[in-house]
Design a protein around this ligand. Sequence first.
Ligand SMILES: Nc1ncnc2c1ncn2[C@@H]1O[C@H](COP(=O)(O)OP(=O)(O)OP(=O)(O)O)[C@@H](O)[C@H]1O
Length: 284
Amino acid sequence: MTAAIDIQHLSLRRSLGWRKPEVNVLNDLCLRVPEGAVVGLVGRNGAGKTSLIRCLVGLELPSAGTSRLLGEDSRTLSADTLERLGYGPQSPELLGWLDGHAHLRKFATGYRRYDVERAHRIARQLDLPMHTAAAKLSLGDQQKLSVLLALAHDPNLLILDEPVASLDPLARREFMRALFAEHDDGERARTVLLSSHLLSDLSRVVSHVAFLHEGRVQLFGAWDELSEHLRAWPCPTQPEPGLAGLVHWSAALRQAVVDVRQWAGPTSELQAMDMDGLFEALNA
Ligand SMILES: Nc1ncnc2c1ncn2[C@@H]1O[C@H](COP(=O)(O)OP(=O)(O)OP(=O)(O)O)[C@@H](O)[C@H]1O
């Protein structure tokens, strides 16, 4: 299947402070996202989610490796591909004196597929006050407006960095529902990548999940498959690295994560694990 996002050995080096040596904040990262997948990019603070997303949309230049969006190199995206791409940054970049309608009017000029009816429908679904100047919106509503602008031209690929970080728990659920009610309009599959550090935000929304840790993709797979096939195995000492079915071993938890499809070890000790347990085990 064609990859909507194809990342090969991407590294990004940065100095984390004045006179501090450069370190890899992205580290030989590889990921292929199939067309139509809705991918949750999860990781702890500082794991590299924003850095990765900024490299993907061409706002940062990687130190090594490549990434391609809809078949084009992120560093040289053409106007045609930019028109098929929607991006919502972690901090909304809005014009404070313009309200939602004015933002949409300004934005619409650059996109052939922009549909005013559709944009207003999404605004209603998001419960967004469209007549208020952006500077007077709450941070949560600013975030919603930023997402609306990323969606209004019906992109084939939507990339959102922490779209619900400023929303309260109830608004988070409503927001995700509205976002994907719109996505389910059945016309064609849209690929979505959205970052979060809360798995609960992504449950029942994403088809796939990519766990990011220290600038690498530690694990990527279909949500249902990971939930079905991964188990915790109590294991006080580090198992041999090549052990079939071994996904990860955590010294802190004295526990391994194993994939039962390849696992040849003892099965009586395996314990079920949910996604939060998996996230904890991968990051402990
Ligand atoms: N502008 C910057 N200059 C220097 N270092 C930075 C800058 N932005 C981020 N970093 C560092 O890069 C690493 C990755 O940060 P990044 O923001 O990509 O992580 P994240 O997973 O998005 O985190 P969060 O969940 O907190 O948003 C961190 O070590 C961070 O301190």
